[in-house]
Design a protein. Sequence first.
Length: 100
Amino acid sequence: MPSWAAALAVSLSVRVGPTGHVVGLGQQESSLAAAQAWVVDLNGGLENVSFRQAGILDNDLPAESFDFVHLRFVRATVGQYDAMVAAAARLLKPGGVMAL
Ligand SMILES: C[S@@+](CC[C@H](N)C(=O)[O-])C[C@H]1O[C@@H](n2cnc3c(N)ncnc32)[C@H](O)[C@@H]1O
């Protein structure tokens, strides 16, 4: 999860507000640490953003627990389009929105 992805998480944190929560997934521990540090440095810490070391295809996030799943610029990297969409759909609450 590079810093521009952390920037996206920060942007979404503003949208969801204090009653919402943004979860950023990343696979490399160093990238996650950098994203967390970036969020803290620029904003003094955000209570509604967290990062997890997991992929969209292999995470233990509960089914139907998100209103919005954003997979920006991830398709080419994951390389398994149908599996990626199915995994994202699993996370969405009924009526939730997926952005690819
Ligand atoms: C071009 S970057 C886009 C990063 C971010 N989504 C953004 O829009 O700034 C592609 C990202 O996909 C991530 N990625 C690769 N395989 C993944 C998977 N199975 N689940 C989630 N992310 C994955 C990589 O770690 C990389 O950070």
